[in-house]
Ligand binder design. Structure first.
Ligand code: FAD
Length: 475
C-alpha cells in the first residue's frame, strides 16, 4: 500500500489530549479521524435519549474544531461504513478505544473477525476507564461483586499517567463524504436544546476548565459538601466523563497532585471513590451484561411491583406533593441533570414508596440525563432497588422530608425548582400538607391547586415496602 493512512475511530473518547490511540495514530503519520453515529444495533431501551443526544451534538462540534474541521462524520452501520472506507482509502491501520456497552463489545468482536480476514491491522485501546474490566479479578479468576473488595484490588494496579497532546498532527478530511453534523439529527427538541445549552459547556477545553475549577475551588470540603444539592459542590464532570471529553486518567492525575495540595486527604479520597464507583459500575456491566435489564439478584424477579400511571406521571413531572422529590425531577427536566443525593431520593421514592419497577425510572433518567450512561444508570438504579451486586439494604428507604430538612435546610435548592413554595417557611417546606392553613394562606399556597397534595402516605407506603422486601429476603 502506497502512503498508508491510519484511521482513528472516535467513540466515547471525544478528546484530543490524553488519547493514547490517537497519539499513536499521529506518530505513524496522516490520520483519518472519524465518528460514526451507529445506534442501529443498540437494544431499543438503550437508544440514546434526547438530552444526551443534544450534548453529543455540541461535543462533536467542539471536537471538530479541535481537529481543524477535519472530523469525518457518518451515520449507519459502523461495520459497513468501516469496510467501505477500507476499500476506498489506503487505510493501513485502524485504532479505536473500547466502549463497554454490551452490544458495542459484540460489534467489536464481529469487526475484529472481518478485519483479520481482510488482513487490516487494528488496535483497540482502553481509555475510558482506569482499569480494564477484564483485568481486575479475584485470585480464583472470578469477578468482584463488592465495591470495597474491588477497590482494594484495583488500587494495586497503578493507572497510567496522561500522555498529553499529539505534536503537529496531520488530519485528513474525506471530501466525498457529505454528511454534516446536522445530518446526524441529534437535536429533535429545540426548546430542550436551549435549556441544555444554558446549563452546560461542551468539549475538551471547557471540561478542563471545569476540572481545574473544581480541584481549585470545590475539592476542599467535598466529602461533606457533596451531599448538599444547592450551590454545585460536586464536579459536574459526569457528561465529560461519559463522552470522554476528559479521561479518568487526567482526573486521577490532577486529583492526586494539585488536589492533594488543595484539599484534605478525606476529600481527595472521597472524590476518587466516586471515580472508582464509575469504574465499578462499568466493571459490573462488563461481567454481567444484562445489568441494564435483569436483576443482578435473581430473587428480585418475583418482586411484587405495582404500576400506577397517575403516580408515575406525577413522579416524572415533579408533582408528587413531596417538595424535594419534585425539585429533583424538575431539575432533571430543566437542566438534564440531577444532584446525586436527590437522584437517590427520587429513585427510592419511585421504587420503595410507589413500588414502581426500577426499569421505569431507569428509562426516564436515561432519556433525560445529559450524563446518561448505561453502566452508571443501571448500576445505581439496581443499587437503590436493592437488587444490585453491592446494593443499598432493603430497609434503607429515603425519607424526602427528613432528607430535605437535613440537606436543604434553608430550602434554597427546593425553592429554586419548586418556586410555588418560595414563601413557605423552611420549617414547613418539606411537608406542606402539615402546615397550618394560616401559614399556607400567607404563602399564597392552595394545596391541590397551586401545589399538589402528597400522592401517597409516606408511612403506609414505607411499611408496605418493608413487608414486601422482608418476604423477598426469606427466599
Ligand atoms: P461528582 O460527585 O463530582 O463525582 C465525580 C464523578 O464520579 C462523576 O462525574 C461520575 O462519573 C462518578 N460518580 C459519582 N457518583 C457515582 C455513582 N454513584 N455511580 C457511578 N459513578 C459515579 N451517573 C452517570 O454518570 N450517569 C448516569 O446515568 C447516572 N444515573 C444515576 C441514576 C441514579 C438512580 C443514581 C442514584 C445515580 C446515578 N448516577 C449516574 C451517579 C451520580 O448521581 C452521578 O454520576 C453524579 O451525580 C454526577 O455528578 P458529578 O459529576 O457532579 O459527580
Amino acid at each position: 500500500m502506497k502512503n498508508p493512512i491510519t484511521l482513528f475511530w472516535f467513540k466515547n473518547d471525544l478528546r484530543v489530549s490524553d488519547n493514547p490511540g490517537l497519539m499513536e495514530a499521529c506518530h505513524l503519520g496522516r490520520v483519518f479521524p472519524i465518528y460514526i453515529l451507529d445506534d442501529l444495533i443498540a437494544p431499543p431501551v438503550c437508544k440514546r435519549g434526547g438530552a444526551s443526544a443534544i450534548y453529543l451534538h455540541h461535543s462533536l462540534l467542539s471536537l471538530d474544531k479541535s481537529l481543524n474541521n477535519t472530523l469525518n462524520l457518518y451515520k449507519g452501520n459502523a461495520e459497513e461504513i468501516l469496510l467501505h472506507l477500507i476499500k476506498k482509502y489506503p487505510i493501513g491501520r485502524i485504532f479505536w478505544n473500547q466502549s463497554y456497552e454490551p452490544w458495542m463489545l459484540e460489534q467489536d468482536k464481529a469487526l475484529e473477525k472481518k478485519l483479520t480476514e481482510l488482513q487490516v491491522r487494528y488496535t483497540i485501546f482502553n481509555d475510558s476507564y482506569l482499569w480494564s474490566p477484564e483485568k481486575v479479578k479475584k485470585s480464583d479468576g472470578s469477578f468482584y461483586k463488592v465495591f470495597t473488595a474491588y477497590k482494594k484490588k484495583a488500587y494495586t494496579i497503578e493507572p497510567r499517567t496522561p500522555v498529553g497532546m499529539p505534536k503537529n498532527p496531520v488530519f485528513i478530511k474525506d471530501t466525498f463524504n457529505k454528511t454534516t453534523l446536522n445530518d446526524l439529527h441529534l437535536i429533535s427538541d429545540h426548546e430542550l436544546e436551549k435549556k441544555i445549552v444554558r446549563h452546560w459547556t461542551f468539549g475538551e477545553t471547557a471540561a478542563h476548565y471545569k476540572l481545574k475549577n473544581f480541584i481549585n475551588k470545590k475539592l476542599a470540603g467535598y466529602k461533606k459538601d457533596r451531599d448538599y444539592p444547592y450551590n454545585d459542590h460536586t464536579s459536574k464532570l459526569s457528561p465529560n466523563l461519559h463522552f470522554g471529553e476528559l479521561s479518568p486518567h487526567q482526573i486521577w492525575d490532577i486529583t492526586n497532585t494539585l488536589g492533594r495540595k488543595n484539599a484534605h486527604k478525606e476529600d481527595v479520597e472521597h472524590f476518587l471513590n466516586e471515580i472508582i464507583w464509575r469504574e465499578f459500575c462499568a466493571y459490573l456491566l462488563y461481567h454481567f451484561p444484562h445489568l441494564y435489564k435483569d436483576n443482578f439478584q435473581e430473587k428480585f424477579d418475583t418482586f411484587a411491583w405495582e404500576y400506577n400511571s397517575t403516580f408515575f406521571k406525577a413522579w416524572k413531572t415533579g408533582n408528587t406533593g413531596y417538595p424535594l422529590v419534585d425539585a429533583g425531577m424538575r431539575q432533571l427536566l430543566q437542566t438534564g441533570y440531577m444532584h446525586n443525593r436527590v437522584r437517590m431520593i427520587t429513585a427510592s421514592f419511585l421504587i420503595k414508596n410507589l413500588m414502581i419497577h426500577w426499569h421505569q425510572g431507569q428509562e426516564w433518567f436515561w432519556n433525560h440525563l445529559v450524563d446518561a450512561d448505561l453502566a452508571n444508570n443501571s448500576g445505581n438504579w439496581q443499587w437503590v432497588a436493592g437488587s444490585g451486586a453491592d446494593a443499598a439494604p432493603y430497609f434503607r428507604i429515603f425519607n424526602p422530608i427528613t432528607q430535605g430538612e437535613k440537606f436543604d435546610k434553608e430550602g434554597l435548592y427546593t425553592k429554586q425548582y419548586v418556586p410555588e413554595l418560595k414563601s413557605l417557611p423552611s420549617k414547613y417546606l418539606f411537608k406542606p400538607w402539615l402546615t397550618p392553613k394560616k401559614v399556607l394562606d400567607e404563602a399564597g399556597i392552595i394545596l391541590g391547586k397551586t401545589y399538589p397534595q402528597p400522592i401517597i402516605d409516606l408511612n403506609t407506603s414505607r411499611k408496605k415496602a418493608l413487608l414486601t422486601y422482608t418476604k423477598l429476603k426469606k427466599l
